[in-house]
Design a protein around this ligand. Structure first.
Ligand SMILES: C/C(=C\CNc1ncnc2c1ncn2[C@@H]1O[C@H](COP(=O)(O)O)[C@@H](O)[C@H]1O)CO
Length: 257
């Protein structure tokens, strides 16, 4: 009897709560109702399930990459042709990193990513590929010797920053620019510190550097000192020296371009 009264009170309280927070809805419209009732198909596409998938992707990424030693992430176009000089540069960068005992981390795809992974693997280095599930499946390149696939770009980007100590960025498109500007924003806002970012290819990056200098900094959308958050070089060996802090001199972008 006491039980029944209690549960009726709870039901009325639940109804008041739902009406206050969600006008026009009944208690059975709350999330638990959908979670517990079949059919379940729709539920697996709700944001609640998405949160769990995102969480599991973080857990899996942290678990797999936890033991990663010193590492540098190398970015660049998925479309870089094996005949391109940038492919050769990416390969050289992966080789040099391996020789220095540094792990190479890439997006695990084709083009510049494949070249850097190959350079690392050819020199007995650790060659990590953090792949991304895409509608047009490309899979991890064959030079990845430790690989992981992600559904979410933002989870994958966290891994690049968390498990590397610097970025080398070869010519690339939207994906590469996204990775570059993510890192620049994190350093600019001091979410990460002491994080060298080296762009390879003075003529490729020159237009962007000019625009950042003459438009973005000139119009005060960034501080002039933000232009010092990256370096530019044409030389893959120098890129490695700069990112590892073993170069004689770290050029400011204006003098490097
Ligand atoms: C476009 C093609 C394949 C795409 N496959 C990719 N695999 C892994 N990582 C990728 C892929 N595409 C983009 N990325 C990420 O973005 C960067 C390259 O993007 P961009 O737009 O090509 O510059 C790269 O660093 C990856 O992290 C078919 O060739």
């Amino acid at each position: 009897m006491v039980h029944q009264r209690k549960s009726e009170e709870n039901a009325r309280a639940g109804q008041r709560n739902v009406e206050a927070n969600w006008p026009g809805k009944r208690p059975e419209d709350q999330l638990d109702h959908y979670l517990l009732e079949s059919p379940q198909e729709d539920v697996t596409h709700t944001d609640v399930w998405r949160v769990l998938r995102i969480q599991s992707e973080f857990v899996n990424g942290f678990g797999t990459l936890a033991g990663t030693g010193p590492a540098i992430a190398v970015f660049g176009s998925a479309r870089t042709d094996p005949q391109s000089p940038y492919y050769e540069m990416a390969h050289r960068i992966g080789s040099r990193l391996a020789e220095a005992g540094i792990t190479t981390i890439t997006g695990g795809g084709p083009g510049a990513m494949e070249a850097a992974n190959k350079g690392a693997a050819d020199n007995d280095g650790i060659s990590i590929g953090l792949g991304i599930e895409l509608p047009f499946e490309t899979g991890l390149n064959s030079s990845v010797n430790k690989g992981l696939n992600f559904r979410y770009f933002f989870v994958r980007k966290t891994m690049f920053v968390k498990y590397s100590q610097g970025f080398i960025v070869l010519p690339g498109g939207f994906g590469t620019l996204d990775e570059l500007f993510e890192a620049l924003t994190l350093v600019q806002t001091q979410k990460i510190t002491s994080f060298p970012i080296v762009l390879v290819g003075k003529s490729y990056w020159g237009g962007l550097v000019d625009w950042l200098t003459n438009t973005v900094a000139a119009e005060r959308a960034i501080s002039p000192k933000d232009l010092n958050l990256f370096m530019v070089t044409d030389d893959p060996d120098e890129a490695v020296d700069l990112v590892l802090g073993t170069a004689d001199k770290q050029p400011a972008p204006e003098e490097a371009v």
